[in-house]
Design a protein around this ligand. Structure first.
Ligand code: AMP
Length: 145
């Protein structure tokens, strides 16, 4: 009988788990922070990818990064929502994975990140891989006989 490990090693590709770029909420580098906050609140996501005009991955923006950048010495400075851009506040250190990466690599990376950005060699954005989809697959295999 196949063990869970055998099954995960056989089911080696992440491709079927990827949420394709056209279904991923994102913002652009030069968008005002206000726009990013609206997209985050409306979508209900904690963080979303930041792309440039040629659809290349440039970073990630989150509600907490936005709140941090609004914080002045004593108060929140709400005018920064229109004066700062996403590029001013985003995190450029984004966990990435290639579309042809193995499931095992995705599993290791997702320990520390709720989602991974899927990019090709030129950093063109092809989608995301969530920790949820990885855990769902593991759970499916655990409960199969
Ligand atoms: P989930 O596992 O569905 O809770 O997603 C985990 C995180 O992945 C979310 O909080 C978002 O940061 C990101 N995410 C998931 N789906 C999307 C999507 N369609 N568009 C943008 N970000 C997403």
């Amino acid at each position: 009988m196949q063990t869970l490990r055998d099954r995960l090693l056989t089911d080696n590709e992440i491709a079927p788990l990827i949420i394709s770029a056209d279904k991923v909420a994102h913002v652009q580098l030069n968008n005002p922070l206000q726009h990013a906050l609206l997209v985050l609140i409306k979508s209900g996501y904690t963080a979303i990818p930041v792309l440039d005009s040629s659809f290349h991955l440039r970073g990630m923006i989150s509600k907490s990064l936005i709140l941090d950048s609004l914080l002045g010495e004593h108060d929140f400075e709400l005018d920064r929502l229109s004066t700062l851009t996403v590029g001013d506040c985003m995190n450029q250190d984004v966990p990435c994975i290639r579309p042809e990466a193995t499931f095992s690599k995705a599993l290791s990376l997702s320990i520390n990140h709720p989602f991974l950005c899927v990019v090709d060699d030129q950093k063109a954005f092809t989608g995301i891989l969530t920790r949820r989809s990885i855990l769902k697959l593991i759970s499916k295999y655990m409960h199969q006989h």
